[in-house]
Design a protein. Structure first.
Length: 374
């Protein structure tokens, strides 16, 4: 019996950088945590060696079942790793394993680790700046979020970048999200206003979801992604107004989705999306099946606005509030999206009425001669 299962998305143009998303999960649940991590790493090594020669990880995220007891062991196993950025968060995989792994790989890029969880991935005209598992001191989630942004803005400045002009995506993992998310929202709204990110300009694609750090004093941790070298015309935002309302109408600041056009491909970053309507209301309260269907419709509408669909989706990360919903939801996803790399996690959404949320990324080949290739 194999110890792991791997789902893989491939974007392999005739020329230029190839991109891959792999979702690796543990099939043999009886292994210890260290054995499970080692089996994932062995599977990743086999994948790169035998199927993806030349590909290197630019970003990876480990989803843990018990960060307090697992993070130190994982970091010891990763000591000396010189690849891309590494995100670690407690969001228990709902298949009963202790750890799952999402890896984003690319060919023909130069990966340069930077200090304090930051990493630069460069190719041609662009520098892709990944930041992972960042935390900040503070007695409240509001203070920690403000500290996270202060550190991140400083990091971007050292790279010749700004939050408004270069950051495309953030993730906020919030301990006890029902209590602490309000502080994240307040701090983010204020920082964005200070940084020229307003309803009249634009915001940043984001997911705000439950997730724990190994240190119980850390109530908020952040991952982020920015790109240097883009022209303003290469970035646009997705709204799907028939299905969704602008987020600022209910007091939060993020974009539903962001489209980035390169000379040879289009990237779409879809924020955490739930069963919501174009008035900002939760739809199908208490019904996991109908919430899942509405969530799919919302994501599909966003993708369609970028002239894409689910066939272009690289991976799906699905967050559930109630473990009892896993069997129903996983069956629905496996039936509709059998081949898209996916993972199901126990992670309550930021509004209690939402039973489920998902995020994704999509890639499509295009020809934009006005822009440099990826």
């Amino acid at each position: 019996m194999p110890h792991t299962t791997t789902q893989l998305f491939r974007f392999e143009p005739a020329e230029g950088v190839c991109e891959y998303h792999a979702m690796l999960r543990v099939a043999q649940r009886g292994l210890t945590f260290i054995e499970q991590v080692e089996s994932l790493h062995e599977a990743l090594d086999r994948l790169v060696t035998h199927e993806l020669p030349g590909a290197v990880p630019v970003f990876r995220r480990y989803f843990l079942s018990d960060a307090a007891n697992q993070s130190a062991s994982l970091r010891a196993l990763l000591e000396g790793y010189e690849g891309g950025a590494i995100s670690i968060v407690e969001q228990p995989p709902l298949d009963g394993s202790k750890v799952a792994l999402w890896v984003y790989l690319q060919t023909d890029v130069e990966v340069t680790p930077l200090a304090q969880g930051h990493c630069e991935v460069s190719h041609g005209a662009y520098r892709h700046l990944w930041s992972a598992s960042r935390s900040a001191v503070g007695s409240t989630s509001e203070e920690q979020t403000r500290g996270l942004f202060a550190d991140y803005v400083e990091h971007l400045a050292h790279q010749g970048c700004t939050l408004a002009d270069h950051c495309l995506r953030t993730w906020f993992f919030v301990q006890n999200v029902d209590v602490n998310y309000a502080g994240v929202v307040k701090a983010r709204n204020e920082v964005f206003s200070e940084q020229r990110l307003t309803p009249d300009t634009h915001s940043i694609a984001s997911t705000g979801i439950a997730g724990r750090h190994a240190d119980p004093a850390v109530t908020v941790q952040m991952d982020a992604y920015a790109v240097a070298g883009l022209q303003p015309s290469q970035v646009s935002y997705l709204y799907a107004p028939t299905h969704l309302n602008p987020t600022h109408e209910y007091g939060v600041s993020f974009e539903r989705g962001t489209r980035v056009d390169y000379g040879d491909r289009r990237h779409v970053l879809i924020s955490g999306t739930a069963s919501i309507d174009n008035r900002g209301e939760v739809v199908h309260v208490g019904d996991i099946r109908r919430q899942t269907l509405r969530m799919w419709d919302n994501v599909e509408a966003l993708l369609s606005e970028a002239e894409m669909d689910f066939s272009h989706v690289c991976h799906l990360i699905v967050y559930l509030r109630d473990v009892a919903d896993h069997a129903v939801v996983s069956e629905m996803f496996d039936h509709r999206f059998p081949n898209i790399p996916k993972v199901f996690l126990l992670a309550p959404v930021c509004r209690p009425g939402w039973l489920i949320e998902m995020e994704c990324m999509a890639i499509k080949g295009v020809a934009n001669p006005a822009y440099a290739p990826y």
